[in-house]
Structures are given as C-alpha cells and as structure tokens.
Design a protein around this ligand. Structure first.
Ligand code: GDP
Length: 403
C-alpha cells in the first residue's frame, strides 16, 4: 500500500515538472530574440471613436486618488507683462504744439541771422560818428545778409534821414528805429495766413512746390501738424513720386497726427495722385488737402508740364487755394533763381523759407518777397516736428536785433 502511495506521489510530481517545462518553453518561443529591437507599432484606431457626450472609461490600472491626496499647484509667481515695444504698437496720434507764438519760442534758432544782420547793424549805428565809411559798412552788412540791392539802398536811405533828424542817439532809440525800418521793409500789410479753410463744395487745396532737397516733404508734414493743431482735418497727397522715399516720409508725418495719406505707385503720375487726394478729402469731409508735388527743375518746360498738369487736374474738383513755394534759406542767390523759375511756371501765393536755423542770413526774407511780390508765410527753424512757424514780421525782427 505504501508503495502505491509513493508511486502516485512520484507520478504527480513528474507530471507537474513536465507541464512546467512545456509552459516555460512556449514562453521562451514567444519572446523576441535579444538582439532584435522591439518594434513599436501605433495602436490601431478603435473602430469607433468616442462621441461628444460619451464618458471616457476610468483608468483601471491605477488606484483612484481621493480628493485629499491631490496636491495643489503652487500659486504662480506674478508675471510682469512687458509693455509692447513702441515699434509694434499702433501709432499714437500726437497733439502738436499750438502755432501761436512759435516764432517767439524759436527765436534763438535764428542766431546766425542775428549775428550777421541785426546785431551787426546795431553796433554800426551805435558808432559815435556815422561817416560815409560807416554807412558803406552798413550797406555791406545788409548785402552780405542777402537783403538784396534795391531793399538795401532803400533802407540805408531811410536810416540816414531818420538818424539825422534824431540827432543824438541812445541805444534804445536806435534799436527802436532799426526795428521800425526793418518791419516796414518786410511789410505788415500782406496776408500771411495759409488759406486752408474749407469751402462749401469741398476742402481747401494747398499745393506745395519746390526743388528736391529744400525741405518740401518735411514742410508738408510739418504744415499738416500746424493745421491739425489749429483744429483742421487734413488729407495728404503724396504726389512727389519722383523721390523714392517721399511718400513713406509723408505718410509717417500724417500718421503722427491722424491724417490720411493718399499715395500711388513709385514713378506714378503725380497729377492722378493729386486728383485722388482731393477726391479723398471731399469724401472724408476734410478741411484741407495738402499735396506734396515733385519738383524737378530739369527744364522750365518740363516743370511747367508737371506742375501745370497737377494744378489743372486738381482744379477739376475745385479751385486751388494756395501754391506754397518752399525755398532753402541757406542757398541765398540760388534760392532766388529757383523762385524766379517757379513763379514763371505757376502762380505762387506764399513762400516757405526753410533752414533759417542753419547758416542762412535773415535778409533772404526781404529779398525773396521783393523778387516774387509774394509774402513769406511760414519759416522752418529746425528738423523737429513743430519747428515750422507762421511768419510774423515783428517777432522776426525782434529775434534779429534782440529786445
Ligand atoms: P525735399 O526733397 O524737398 O522733400 O526735402 P526733405 O523734406 O526730404 O528735406 C531735406 C532735408 O532738410 C531733411 O533732412 C530735413 O530734415 C531737412 N530740413 C527741412 N526743413 C528744415 C529746417 O527748417 N531746418 C533744418 N535744419 N533742416 C530742415
């Protein structure tokens, strides 16, 4: 009996061992050989994707966490939000400085003119003996300061007479006398306003003309600011299609004060841009349309064709109110020659003298008015946005001779 039991136990153990060997052998067969990298295959898409509203099956492998076990995230550190860089920000519309009294504020910029004209004349007139030589020096001072021959002779004549009548002279009397005579020579009767008031039919139109480099585009931009400062709504026409950067330059000026710029392709037809600018001005209900023109002075006929066409085309909408000639005051006689040519081509209604803060001599104001019989309406006294001032004879002479 014992033998039978022992035999059964041995048989059971043997069967178990054989079964174990078979199972492990099968497993070994299923494992990939060690050298072979396991191939990871993307899971096959489930034939049916979960639809909106169906709940996802809760993960079963991981024990579910209770609320207490959930770690709370740390409070985030305060993040400083940087202000956007200026270049990326939408351009802010600037509020230009008021125009009243600009010339007084900018008077120190006229230092060069002061020394060559005002101060020079005053010191000569203050000499104890005003002999012929001194009068000749006075005349020379005026000519060197670009006053021009005829106005110089007139002024010297008047000064001689008045000094004689005066007899003894105090510095204050001399300053007063010189001031009066210079103001008289520049003239106080002329209408120096830039005609920019809207008509019933549409906006006032101002054409800005002049040769390249005199500061025409800059002046158009500054003038837009002057008009905006005075409460006008302005549209700009970039009709200087000859100079590559002029339209961009003008548009930047316009954006700074919220004025729209009408422009066309580079090298495009200036007259059609001018026409479109006025059309836009009418549509927007603008007060003033300022048109920056191309100022090529290659030949007089060429200039006449260009400017004449711009003017004619614009006049299809209505009258042109102003034709402002921009002259670089530092060019002296050359500026006068340009003035003459432009005046023959188009009816100039006002002069803008730029760069009076540079090496210009103040006398050019007198000479150019004489030459054209047209008043100086604006003066440029620097490259800054608000460095364009309405011209006032009294303030200008005060700046020249000091008060
Ligand atoms: P444009 O070719 O006639 O349109 O000339 P721009 O308007 O481009 O001006 C030519 C240069 O003259 C620019 O560098 C301006 O900044 C400068 N400019 C214009 N007006 C004045 C001014 O009144 N004073 C000074 N110092 N520079 C000026």
């Amino acid at each position: 009996m014992e033998f039978v039991i022992l035999a059964v136990v041995i048989a059971v153990v043997a069967i178990g061992a054989i079964a174990g060997l078979v199972v492990s052998g099968r497993r070994r067969q299923q494992l990939p050989p060690k050298s072979q990298a396991p191939v990871i295959t993307a899971p096959k898409p489930t034939p049916q994707e979960p639809q909106v509203g169906e709940e996802a099956a809760p993960p079963t492998e991981e024990p579910r966490r209770t609320v207490e076990e959930v770690e709370l995230p740390e409070a985030p550190e305060a993040v400083e939000v940087e202000a956007p860089e200026e270049a990326e920000a939408a351009p802010a519309v600037e509020v230009p400085e008021p125009t009243a009294g600009r010339l007084v504020r900018l008077r120190s910029r006229l230092s060069r003119s002061q020394n060559s004209l005002g101060k020079g004349l005053l010191s000569l007139l203050s000499r104890e003996h005003l002999d012929e030589d001194t009068w000749e020096e006075i005349e020379e001072t005026l000519l060197t300061a670009d006053v021009g021959v005829a106005p110089t002779q007139e002024l010297v004549e008047r000064l001689r007479t008045r000094v004689k009548v005066l007899g003894t002279r105090t510095p204050d009397e001399l300053r007063g006398l010189l001031r009066e005579e210079l103001v008289e020579l520049i003239g106080t009767d002329a209408d120096r306003t830039v005609h920019s008031t809207k008509h019933e039919e549409g906006p006032a139109v101002v054409l800005v003309v002049g040769v390249n480099g005199v500061g025409k585009t800059t002046t158009t931009g500054k003038l837009a600011r002057v008009l905006v400062a005075d409460g006008r709504k302005v549209v700009l026409g970039a009709a200087d299609t000859f100079r590559a950067a002029a339209a961009d330059q003008l548009q930047t000026w316009g954006e700074r004060v919220g004025a729209r710029t009408v422009r066309g392709p580079e090298g495009g037809d200036p007259a059609s841009i001018a026409f479109d600018a006025v059309k836009e001005g009418i549509a927007e209900g603008a007060d003033t349309v300022l048109v920056d023109t191309a100022g090529r002075l290659h030949t007089k006929t060429g200039l006449m064709d260009e400017l004449g066409k711009v003017k004619r085309v614009v006049e299809k909408h209505g009258p042109v109110d102003e034709v402002l000639l921009v002259l670089d005051a530092t060019t002296g006689q050359n500026g006068l020659i340009q003035a003459r040519v432009f005046a023959e081509v188009v009816d100039i209604t006002g002069i803008v003298l730029t760069k009076l803060d540079g090496t210009a001599k103040g006398g050019i104001v007198i000479a150019v008015q004489r030459e054209l019989g047209v008043p100086v309406k604006l003066v440029g006294l620097g490259e800054g946005a608000d460095d364009l001032a309405p011209f006032e004879p009294g303030a200008f002479v005060d700046a020249l001779i000091g008060d």
